[in-house]
Design a protein around this ligand. Structure first.
Ligand code: HEM
Length: 677
């Protein structure tokens, strides 16, 4: 405001305004003592710093000196409190975005325009909502535009590397494999986990996934032994038991005589993997863990809805309806975990168990009693780690199993190949163990290819802990780096021109030789923060798949809509309904003599219309099949009319390949003549 305007305004209120300090002093000496004067220092800004005001108070009626000192102090205190906040807000809301955008622009990096407070969140929300209305072609693996439509759009507008704003947080999208390798394999803490939203911390726990620095080193050192190969071998048995329980449930749901069943696989796999992690890592049953899983699922919905909203620090303490819901769910999760921990402590104190147990929970509880600080975990830390493992330990593997069964249903040839491999390694009904699983090479390739195309983790994020030089780029401190796994796994330059195709054979020579870059496969990340549970997840997936392929043929139900979606992890938006056919081809009793299976004809005796190959099929089908059958029927009829047949005691059951299948020691049969009345 112009000084003249200020003067007029104060004069109107009966306040004298002086234009210089000298003028003011003259007046003071005449009618006021110095201390009775007030002037507003805040007015002393560049434009009107020479304006002083005289306040027309009655000095007798008021102890003006006291009044002045208290209010000045209060005002000063308030100013001291408010000014830094205002400064910080201006810095975050306006100055930093402007400055950083310029810095990146100078390096040739642009992106969508920053909008105050919201950044680009509104665009992200709109694009995601629009993408969710689409359904992909069944054979399309090009899911990037659907699951991360904003990245897809900005990439085509601004190039491979661009800057965008998650609210007021600057984020740079980097998909260059070499740069990503440098970021993820950095061991010096230059790229750390960025601050996480409070609701996400409540969901996934403030454990290993989000820890940094010495805390992370301590936690990882304590937890690593829980995932050693020896421990995993012991866990396979638990995985098998849980899977058998799932089959029992399925057979209960199946009506008598039914050979086909539609099952929502994503739901079943979530339940199964939850059961497995509850038993294998926490020694609790699914029932005890149910409360944790149920609440985590609810929380996940809250998080998926809120991550595209603006986050204002401190708002998590306001009693909004969403916060109230989050607090309630968090309370439930904490209580359930405490109950599981208490049960273990009780078992130990009653000497039911010698120690705390050698699973994940046991290892953590033992560490809480350690005298060495670098091997010690507090109770709170254990609770947070439990949340982390309950969440990370089942959600991801459930999605891996879901997408693998989807792809095997679409690619029946691969389903058959895997079944053959399973039957070779484990037979028709042998329970798989870790040794069998390690021999399943084709299955391993299929799992890798599924993780490449439909990896549960879509992105990883890191924050530059200080100004960093990355390739030709300078990344200012505090910038978040987004590593788009789902995009990088489809990079034609690295994975070849068929990168969008399902081709497990690309992994025939191992993961590091599947692409042009040895670290192109990022499903479990790389470097020091590589997924701690990857061997556990793969062992689990192999065990479950083996047991399914031994028993069922998988087909997609007609109701399936191909709509992969970003629900924090990659999930099928409308679920995955699959049709199971009882056992591979001939059913559970395939080893039994059961002529009734041919009741409805040869083509309907098995799950495959051409399963019966005794006379071969196609153009070279046996020319004499009818002759042979006629002959067999005639002879058998005549024998059966005359004799009752009994196997002789001398018979040795030894079918042998004598060009045709023959009884090696002949077939001595006792013929007992029938006397017809
Ligand atoms: C198919 C299954 C899985 C996939 C695709 C997967 C993927 C990943 C990825 C990409 C990371 C790195 C995240 C980042 O650095 O931002 C990670 C970390 C982690 N994963 Fe997994 N994971 C799977 C299964 C599991 C299982 C079964 C467990 C536990 C039993 C687990 C526990 C963890 C933990 C604790 C971390 C943090 C490790 C650290 O920072 O030191 N994951 N996982």
């Amino acid at each position: 405001m112009h000084p003249l305007m200020v003067t007029i305004r104060f004069k109107k209120q009966g306040i004298d305004v002086f234009r210089s300090q000298e003028e003011l002093k003259k007046c003071c000496s005449k009618s006021f003592k110095g201390s009775d004067l007030a002037y507003l220092p805040s007015l002393s800004t560049n434009s009107y710093h020479n304006i002083f005001i005289r306040v027309m108070f009655s000095c007798d009626a008021l102890d003006f000196r006291n009044f002045l000192s208290t209010t000045t102090l209060l005002a000063l205190a308030l100013l001291l409190l408010v000014i830094p906040k205002i400064y910080k807000s201006c810095w975050i809301l306006v100055w930093r975005p402007w400055m950083l955008s310029r810095k990146f622009m100078k390096q040739g990096i642009s992106g969508p325009k920053y909008k105050i407070l919201h950044g680009n969140l509104r665009e992200i929300r709109t694009l995601k909502q629009e993408a969710k209305l689409t359904v992909l072609d069944l054979n399309s693996n090009d899911i990037f535009p659907r699951v991360l439509p904003h990245f897809h759009q900005w990439r085509s507008q601004y190039g491979e590397t661009f800057l965008y704003w998650q609210g007021t947080e600057p984020r740079i999208f980097i998909s260059d494999h070499e740069l990503v390798k440098q970021i993820l394999s950095n061991k010096f803490g230059f790229y750390v986990k960025p601050k996480t939203r409070p609701e996400v911390l409540k969901l996934a726990g403030n454990g290993l996934v989000f820890a940094d620095g010495i805390d992370w080193v301590r936690h990882r050192r304590i937890l690593n032994p829980a995932f050693s190969m020896d421990k995993l071998k012991l866990m396979t048995k638990l995985m098998v038991d849980c899977t058998l329980r799932m089959f029992e449930e399925w057979s209960k749901q199946m009506n008598d005589g039914e050979k086909e069943q539609v099952v929502m696989m994503n739901v079943e796999f979530k339940r199964l993997t939850a059961d497995i992690i509850a038993t294998a890592a926490f020694g609790s049953s699914y029932v005890e863990g149910t409360e944790v899983f149920k609440s985590q699922r609810e929380l996940q919905k809250c998080c998926a809805a809120s991550v595209t909203n603006v986050y204002i620090p401190g708002t998590e303490y306001l009693p909004t309806p969403l916060n109230l819901k989050i607090w309630k769910l968090d309370g439930k999760i904490n209580n359930s975990i405490k109950r599981i921990i208490d049960a273990r402590l009780k078992a130990k104190s009653k000497n039911v168990e010698k120690d705390y147990g050698n699973d994940l929970l046991g290892i953590m509880l033992a560490s809480s009693r350690s005298n060495e600080t670098e091997k010690k975990m507090s109770t709170n830390e254990i609770i947070e780690e439990c949340k982390t493992f309950f969440f990370a330990g089942h959600e991801t593997t459930a999605n891996l199993l879901t997408w693998t069964t989807m792809l095997l249903s679409l690619h029946q040839d691969w389903q058959e190949k895997l079944r053959e491999e399973v039957l070779n390694e484990c037979g028709k009904d042998k329970i798989p163990d870790s040794d069998n699983c390690s021999k399943l090479k084709l299955m391993n390739m299929v799992l890798m290819e599924t993780l490449r195309l439909y990896g549960p983790v879509l992105n990883m994020i890191r924050s530059a802990a200080q100004d960093m030089k990355l390739g030709n780029l300078v990344i200012p401190k505090g910038t978040t780096i987004v590593v788009p796994i789902v995009k990088m796994h489809r990079d034609k330059a690295v994975w070849g021109s068929d990168s969008d195709k399902f081709n497990p054979l690309r992994f025939v020579n191992g993961v590091s030789r599947a692409a042009n870059h040895p670290n192109a496969f990022l499903a479990f990340s790389i470097g020091p923060r590589v997924c701690i549970g990857q061997n556990f997840a793969l062992m689990e997936a192999k065990t479950v798949l083996t047991m399914i392929l031994q028993r069922f043929r998988l087909n997609l139900s007609d109701e399936y809509k191909h709509a992969p979606a970003d629900h924090l992890t990659l999930q099928p938006q409308y679920g995955l309904p699959l049709m199971h056919r009882d056992k591979a081809v001939w059913g559970n009793d395939s080893d039994k003599f059961n002529p009734l299976r041919f009741e409805n004809g040869v083509s309907r005796a098995a799950n495959h219309p051409n399963a019966f190959l005794a006379f071969s099929l196609g153009p070279r089908v046996c020319i004499g099949q009818n002759f042979a059958l006629m002959e067999a029927k005639t002879v058998l009829t005549m024998i059966l009319k005359r004799f009752r047949l009994n196997i002789s005691d001398e018979y040795k059951h030894a079918p042998a390949d004598h060009l045709t299948l023959q009884p090696q020691f002949g077939l001595p049969v006792m013929l007992q003549p029938i006397k017809w009345k």
